[in-house]
Ligand binder design. Sequence first.
Ligand code: 9L3
Ligand code: MG
Length: 150
Amino acid sequence: MTERATDPADPTEHHRATDPGVVVVVAGAVYDRGRLLAARRSAPAELAGRWELPGGKLEPGESPEEALVRELREELGVEAEPGERIPGEWPLKPGYVLRVWTARLLSGVPRPLEDHDELRWLSRRELDSVDWLDQDRPAVAEAALRLPQA
Ligand code: 9L3
Ligand code: MG
């Protein structure tokens, strides 16, 4: 696909992973007082009821950090500050990969405004108490290493 050819001058280049046809989904490991935020999806039907780190697809021209800030604002109604990228990249459905950043709440109380119907703050020992999306599990395990023992 010539229109997808790699061009380092293309401002949407970061939309892509190692494979030029891949869409990047960013998610936040949002921490507050030693707990990690988990969000239960309400849509689409095949993912409803499963828990995830909140986030979504990069829009053209956005950096991953910008996309994360926007997604957390839209989905949870909060302002958050991205921190470090959690090393790794996890395949989602074909053509999509998940990348995760830590994030710190700056203001607001998270509410399930869009695509979620429940939120929970989980301490390290509570992390296995929800049914995480399979694709999120390795990222959650990495995120847990960065949580203080509670
Ligand atoms: N997804 C998986 N784990 C996550 C996120 C934020 C997203 N932590 C998957 C679900 C969808 C796709 O990525 O198939 C796009 O996510 P969204 O834009 O519907 O949140
Ligand atoms: Mg989303």
